[in-house]
Design a protein around this ligand. Structure first.
Ligand code: COA
Length: 389
């Protein structure tokens, strides 16, 4: 198979909370967040953004790079679903004006669903040269105020065009994967905030990473030195350091801080300032790596570990394609992150406590700063989206 990522675009909300502000407000040493968890800022969604607007805004810059009628598949991965029935991707399909000849579906398995979407899309596109899939992973990480998970909140979406003979990353066939029925993180339908057994969740993540890596190694014969860099699912950036050290240890290699950092460092930058983006976080890490790595990665292999609580893990890989730099949106991504507005602690809590009304009456939402699309209101139990002029 020679199929994979042809274009990649990242989007996050226009607002953030500095974690030093959160630390002062909660009476916690901010170093716990900045050093212990490895996070600086967390993205906060205003009331008129949701997974649809985040996802559509991530996808929009990719629409200039392809013919709409070539997109025959839209897979939308999320664990912050807005409807029990209708796929969020259909709202995006409408906003982007995609062709009716397009299969659209929503996928869920916590933070792993983006990987399921990518691999399914690549398998299908390998057999339909000339056609493209639009894969969107979009999420809002939300934990209770004052809980240990609060500093790891965040929001963002990644959109990828997937096709045969891709311009950025060709996926390898081999993969190691591992499923297990555990309750480390979950969100019942009646709750807006996730429930998490945080310490247990990090243990399951690490054990799953080793299981997947071991299986991948047995199938591919590859060792850590066969990879230029590694990208990990990033609930917070220190998690990647722990996971990479575990994988190196399982392979009998050195696990000093310098070796660990060399394998992962450039992939952490975006997540550090957006917080957890759940299903998008691994691919946000890839965008961060490709945009930020000074070395030419062309022809080099990257390793990926995807983890979704509940739990599902997969280690897979891909080879960076010659000339990939010309297909990146590096300046666009940097501008997005540099042009955000910092919120006060009070403003953050006020936004957090706002809820989408559920009584079926007509509501028009106040306009905040958003990307090209916004969630304008609700009426008759239907969500209304609009383009920002
Ligand atoms: N300065 C520097 N580091 C500090 C510190 C300080 N003042 N205070 C604490 N730390 C370090 C701790 O030593 C720890 O590092 P370590 O894990 O390397 O030992 C880290 O900061 C976190 O501290 P801890 O006390 O373990 O945090 P916590 O009990 O508040 O919760 C999580 C941490 C990750 C469990 C919590 O944020 C969470 O539940 N997150 C959501 C779920 C999640 O992300 N799961 C991951 C798998 S997907």
């Amino acid at each position: 198979m020679n199929a994979g990522i042809d274009a990649i675009s990242f989007y996050t909300s226009r607002y953030y909370l500095d974690l030093k502000t959160l630390g002062h407000a909660r009476g916690v040493d901010p170093a716990k967040y900045t050093k212990g968890l490895g996070q600086e800022k967390m993205g906060v969604v205003p009331p008129d953004e949701d997974i649809v607007t985040l996802g559509a805004s991530a996808a929009k810059p990719l629409m200039d790079r392809t013919r709409m009628e070539d997109i025959e598949l839209l897979l939308f991965a999320t664990e912050s679903g807005i409807d029990q029935s209708k796929a969020a991707g259909l709202f995006v399909h409408g906003l982007l004006g995609l062709s009716p000849r397009c299969r659209v579906v929503e996928l869920k398995e916590a933070c792993y669903a983006g990987t399921a979407a990518l691999r399914l899309a690549a398998s299908l596109m390998a057999r339909t040269p000339g056609k493209k899939a639009l894969v969107i992973a979009s999420d809002i990480a939300r934990y209770e105020l004052g809980s240990p998970g609060e500093p790891t909140q965040g929001c963002g979406a990644v959109a990828m065009l997937v096709c045969a003979n891709p311009a950025i990353l060709a996926l390898d066939e081999e993969a190691g994967f591992h499923a297990e029925d555990v309750m480390d993180f979950w969100r019942p339908n009646y709750r807006d905030e996730a429930l998490v057994d945080g310490k247990y969740s990090t243990r399951v993540y690490l054990q799953t990473a080793v299981n997947c890596w071991t299986q991948y190694g047995e199938r591919s014969g590859r060792k850590p030195e066969d990879f230029a860099r590694f990208c990990y699912h990033l609930p917070f950036t220190q998690m990647a350091r722990k996971a990479h050290a575990q994988i190196l240890r399982a392979s009998g290699g050195p696990t000093d801080a310098e070796t660990v950092a060399r394998g992962i460092q450039e992939g952490l930058g975006y997540n550090r300032v957006t917080g957890n983006t759940y299903s998008a976080s691994l691919y946000e890490g890839l965008a961060s790596l490709l945009d930020g790595c000074e070395a030419d990665l062309a022809g080099h292999r990257l390793g990926f570990f995807s983890y979704g609580s509940g739990s599902m893990g997969e280690f897979f890989s891909g080879v960076v394609q010659p000339g990939y730099q010309q297909h990146l949106l590096t300046q666009h991504h940097r501008k997005l992150l540099e042009s955000r507005t910092e919120l006060s602690f009070q403003a953050y809590e006020d936004i957090f406590n706002l809820k989408v009304p559920t009584d079926g009456w007509d509501y028009v939402f106040a306009q905040y700063c958003t990307g090209p699309y916004r969630f304008g209101g609700v009426g008759g139990h239907k969500r209304r989206y609009e383009e920002v002029s």
